[in-house]
Design a protein around this ligand. Sequence first.
Ligand SMILES: *[C@@H]1O[C@H](CO)[C@@H](O)[C@H](O)[C@H]1NC(C)=O
Ligand SMILES: *[C@@H]1O[C@H](CO)[C@@H](O)[C@H](O)[C@H]1NC(C)=O
Ligand SMILES: *[C@@H]1O[C@H](CO)[C@@H](O)[C@H](O)[C@H]1NC(C)=O
Ligand SMILES: *[C@@H]1O[C@H](CO)[C@@H](O)[C@H](O)[C@H]1NC(C)=O
Ligand SMILES: *[C@@H]1O[C@H](CO)[C@@H](O)[C@H](O)[C@H]1NC(C)=O
Ligand SMILES: *[C@@H]1O[C@H](CO)[C@@H](O)[C@H](O)[C@H]1NC(C)=O
Ligand SMILES: *[C@@H]1O[C@H](CO)[C@@H](O)[C@H](O)[C@H]1NC(C)=O
Ligand SMILES: *[C@@H]1O[C@H](CO)[C@@H](O)[C@H](O)[C@H]1NC(C)=O
Length: 400
Amino acid sequence: MLLTWSLITLLAVPALAGMNKTGTLCTVTPSGSKDDSGFIMDAFKQCGQNGQIEITEGDFTIAKVMDVLNLKNCDISIRGKLTWNDDINYWTKNSIGVTYAQRSTAFRLGGDTFSIRGHGQALFFGNGQKWYDVNKNGSNMAGRPISLTLWKAKNVFIDGITWRQPQFWHTFVAYSENVTMTNLDMNATSTSQWNTVNTDGFDSWNSKDITIKNWVVKCGDDCISIKGNSSNIYVKNVTCYESGAACIGSLGNNAIEYVDNVLFEDFTAIHSSNAAWIKTYPGQGHVRNVTFRNFYFQDVNQPIYISPCIYSYSNCDASRLKISDITWENVTGTSRYNVAAGIYCSKGAPCTGLKFKDINIKPKNGGTAKVLCSNMNSDSGLSCTGTCPSGWKQQLSGNA
Ligand SMILES: *[C@@H]1O[C@H](CO)[C@@H](O)[C@H](O)[C@H]1NC(C)=O
Ligand SMILES: *[C@@H]1O[C@H](CO)[C@@H](O)[C@H](O)[C@H]1NC(C)=O
Ligand SMILES: *[C@@H]1O[C@H](CO)[C@@H](O)[C@H](O)[C@H]1NC(C)=O
Ligand SMILES: *[C@@H]1O[C@H](CO)[C@@H](O)[C@H](O)[C@H]1NC(C)=O
Ligand SMILES: *[C@@H]1O[C@H](CO)[C@@H](O)[C@H](O)[C@H]1NC(C)=O
Ligand SMILES: *[C@@H]1O[C@H](CO)[C@@H](O)[C@H](O)[C@H]1NC(C)=O
Ligand SMILES: *[C@@H]1O[C@H](CO)[C@@H](O)[C@H](O)[C@H]1NC(C)=O
Ligand SMILES: *[C@@H]1O[C@H](CO)[C@@H](O)[C@H](O)[C@H]1NC(C)=O
């Protein structure tokens, strides 16, 4: 009897496969084939406007790019595991360009008023190890795709999705506004000799009115990174492991770029590179009105950091990208070495309106931490212990 039933179930599976539409609801079930992306795209096509899409429990394989920019009043629910296959050759040739620094993406969504609810069940698996190994610690491999991009997306709610082993950045939000992303769990961990490299948790660019809440991220690169032309960003309750925690930048690379009105609060950073920091190229634009509040961390390489000449560490004083009205408040933890803060502002555009309150950073191995400052306002409330040399690096390799 049991045997007969399982046989029937087995035989019945192909009939249930794929996508079906009932009213305004499109239901996608695992097809068991090597590519479910066509069925998901079909659901977007038939129910992406004034409809609902249900991606059921089960295993889905994604072998092709998915690009949907015309969502409108659509609620998407995902309970299954989506695995992006590891056909590096396909993805590097076909991933979708997203303009920013010649980056590209495997999955892009845009439109007006839509939600993606993962119910804490949805899992995006990127087969990242293959990418980490092919990338061999290099910085920006062409065509290596961002897992999920919101592009020209307005009034969006995303909740309850888990990422494991993304190919590249986990999420990117560009040309978008009014986006809320809550309860996301991300983890990129390499098991080989090669680092994950560039598996950021979140990056924003040319976007405004974004809320991020309740994330846990282990990514080996920047955790939450606010890039050029972003404004009104609120980030709360994020725990970052092995990452760059709360970061503004990089910005100002051959473009005039602005960042305005950012509040990061209730951050925890464990064994990370930096905690609350700003990195720009020697460019033009500004970073204005940013607050880092209620930060707790352990074993962070260089917790507080500002550079006007990131990566090249040259031409630092040529930067006209003005950094002003930045507050660090209630920032507590241990630094990996004997430096709590390395702040170098451009002589060409000194930092103004930096404010520090209730800062308590101790080297994890004891002693007192240095606070290095150059070209910033003297009434900041920070007790600088010395000047910060021009071209001061983002990460230290030992005590200063
Ligand atoms: C079609 O979708 C409904 C949910 O709306 C589901 O219950 C049903 O099993 C599906 N049928 C097929 C043939 O896939
Ligand atoms: C922002 O988007 C949400 C959907 O996530 C919507 O409920 C809300 O009304 C939008 N706010 C504005 C000001 O349009
Ligand atoms: C991330 O994944 C690695 C490898 O599976 C695991 O050891 C680690 O505990 C995970 N960390 C978090 C914060 O999920
Ligand atoms: C890759 O980079 C990491 C971190 O810098 C380093 O620990 C590791 O040894 C590098 N791998 C190789 C094979 O060089
Ligand atoms: C902070 O986020 C974590 C991870 O999502 C969650 O478990 C916790 O309940 C959140 N804390 C608050 C106060 O919302
Ligand atoms: C940022 O915005 C400014 C002003 O709107 C614009 O000139 C610049 O091109 C934008 N930068 C990028 C990289 O889009
Ligand atoms: C500064 O940013 C905060 C959000 O973090 C905002 O509430 C406030 O209005 C901004 N101040 C100015 C002067 O724009
Ligand atoms: C300071 O931040 C910690 C978290 O790092 C928080 O628990 C504490 O309540 C904050 N203190 C104040 C006065 O807000």
